[in-house]
Write a new protein. Structure first.
Length: 195
């Protein structure tokens, strides 16, 4: 993970809007997510071998299908549903990214701070509440806010819905595709902090 620039390196003034991604950026949720999937898989199908945690890759639905290509659609859906139910049991395995959280805490009272996440609302709020961050955001964009049929540029969506000017935005993001989306939304590369 790259080091975050110090907030003194940014041109943050009262007009600056800070957009934060959640998973992997503001909060490391990968291990809790993995454990939730692992427990769900074990409860739905009999495992012949133990699945291993890979800290370099987030376990997701694509990973599930790759590791278990013979799952029926019913088994797949049950695992995904059970994974969501298991997540609350693993909240203690989530960790705040201190450098990003410190910036949020410093500026949430003076600047517009927006969470833009591809996480579903219930899991995002559960995670934010666990870390006492829910009330630190002026606005929150969850996955439900986006068109589920097509991949949506969450940054463009936030800019449009909130009538923001791209040149006033600083982004905190860890996913390459999402960084590309921020650039496509008109946000300067100098204002995108990749983790």
């Amino acid at each position: 993970m790259e080091n975050i620039k110090q907030d003194s390196d940014f041109k943050i003034n009262s007009d600056t809007v800070l957009l934060f991604d959640m998973d992997g950026t503001l909060i490391d949720t990968d291990f809790a997510n993995f454990l939730s999937y692992k427990n769900a898989i074990q409860s739905i199908i009999k495992l012949e071998k133990e699945i291993e945690y890979n800290p370099n890759e987030r376990f997701n639905r694509t990973t599930l299908k790759a590791i278990f290509p013979n799952l029926t659609e019913t088994e797949f859906e049950k695992i995904v549903q059970q994974k969501e139910e298991n997540y609350k049991e693993h909240l203690s395995q989530t960790k705040l990214n201190k450098s990003v959280a410190d910036i949020l805490m410093k500026f949430y009272t003076t600047n517009k701070t927006v969470l833009v996440t591809n996480c579903r609302e219930d899991r995002a709020l559960m995670t934010l509440n666990y870390h006492n961050l829910t009330d630190k955001f002026s606005n929150i964009f969850f996955k439900q806010n986006f068109d589920n049929k097509n991949r949506t540029n969450k940054y463009k969506k936030a800019i449009t819905d909130l009538s923001l000017q791209a040149q006033t935005i600083i982004v905190f993001e860890n996913e390459k595709q999402e960084i590309e989306d921020a650039l496509l939304s008109g946000i300067s590369i100098d204002n995108i902090l990749s983790l």
